[in-house]
Design a protein around this ligand. Structure first.
Ligand code: NAX
Length: 327
């Protein structure tokens, strides 16, 4: 039997955790031939709830599930980890200043970065879901100097999938007919869902939809979808977020299809004018377990302005965490 892949999920007792763990254990993330060993990391007060989820995982009798540990210690949780899904974060509460939000998350992602640095497996892959995801990934990476920077990623796959769904609905096509959509920048309302390179069944998307729909409907609908879900459901997106996390890691491990790319927050190498070192969303391909930013795309003037605006927000967040001494 192959050695199980160790998958650590933080925030395991939360709502995304509940939607995520069963799919990982069923093989949806790493495939039907890869056994997994789950490590659930929670804060002490939520360990009991995570143990309840572990009981339910046992009760599924998943053939691929090699074992489950529930832990409240980051060092133990990331020891030997191959895939880390950092979901647990401090949410912004009413009236909270950005500095307080970043400080609270620095208090989570700094020690987790250190624990990954200390004990994770050599092939560690990290996906940060917990918000502010890009900057949390930046903080974790900064505290893991021995881990290659390209192993730290932030999730914009949910935004990507939302953009696919909106464009498919508008063009009367199926999501699988669409290629080359991109989410640029921060996983926030400033993100830029870009269809200037997208095709629908081989036809340029820009020939199928009018610019006014793109500006007034497509971009804001994708960027504000999280708020719309909260409004409708009375709770933030959980199953779709978990699904996107599964998609992100699955693509990372198995690769993108030949004629397409996807979107992920990765550490910038300076491409497209995004300052080196920032964790920003780009069009990316995955081959052999490594992401690469798609090179050489033409960026029109309107796209340039939108990318710059979202990247400016990332720069501000980086300055704020520097000023707070978090990196
Ligand atoms: P919940 O509040 O349901 O769960 C969060 C869990 O994290 C809680 O059980 C909490 O005890 C745990 N936690 C807090 N600090 C921890 C620590 N230091 N170590 C381990 N666990 C810790 O939130 P949920 O709805 O599951 O959302 C989780 C995060 O995902 C939030 O930050 C949310 O903003 C973010 N999201 C990110 C998305 C993305 O596309 N990148 C989309 C969905 C979601 O909004």
């Amino acid at each position: 039997d192959p050695t199980p892949v160790v998958v650590t999920v933080t925030g395991a007792a939360g709502q995304i955790g509940y939607a995520l763990l069963f799919r990982i254990a069923s093989g949806a993330m790493l495939g039907p031939d890869t056994p997994v060993r789950l490590r659930l990391l929670e804060v002490p007060q939520a360990v009991q709830a995570a143990e309840g989820t572990a009981m339910e995982l046992d009760d599924c009798a998943f053939p691929l599930l090699a074992g489950i540990d529930v832990l409240d210690d980051a060092r133990a949780a990331f020891d030997g980890t191959n895939v880390a899904l950092l979901v647990g974060a401090r949410p912004r509460t009413a009236g909270m200043e950005r500095g307080d939000l970043l400080s609270a998350n620095g208090g989570i992602f700094k020690p987790q970065g250190e624990a990954i640095n200390a004990g994770a497996a050599d092939d560690i892959k990290v996906l940060v879901v917990g918000n502010p995801a890009n900057t949390n990934a930046y903080i974790a990476a900064a505290h893991a100097p021995d881990v290659p920077k390209d192993r730290f990623t932030a999730m914009t796959r949910l935004d990507h999938n939302r953009a696919l769904a909106q464009l498919a609905a508008r063009t009367g096509s199926h999501v699988d007919d669409i290629r080359h959509l991109t989410i640029w920048g921060n996983h926030s309302a400033t993100q830029y869902p870009d269809l200037t390179h997208a095709t629908v069944r081989g036809t340029a998307a820009t020939e199928l939809v009018d610019p006014e729909w793109v500006e007034r409907t497509f971009i804001p609908t994708v960027a504000k979808r999280g708020a719309a879900i909260i409004e409708a459901r009375g709770a933030s997106s959980a199953a779709s977020a978990a699904n996107a996390a599964i998609d992100h890691v699955h693509t990372w491990v198995t690769g993108t299809r030949a004629d397409d790319w996807t979107s992920a927050g990765v550490v910038s190498d300076g491409s497209y004018g995004v300052p080196e070192g920032l964790v920003s969303s780009f069009p990316v391909t995955s081959t052999g377990g490594a992401w690469a930013i798609v090179p050489g795309l033409e960026v029109d003037e309107a796209s340039r302005a939108r990318i710059d605006a979202s990247v400016a927000e990332l720069v501000e967040e980086r300055e704020a965490v520097r000023a707070l001494g978090l990196v």
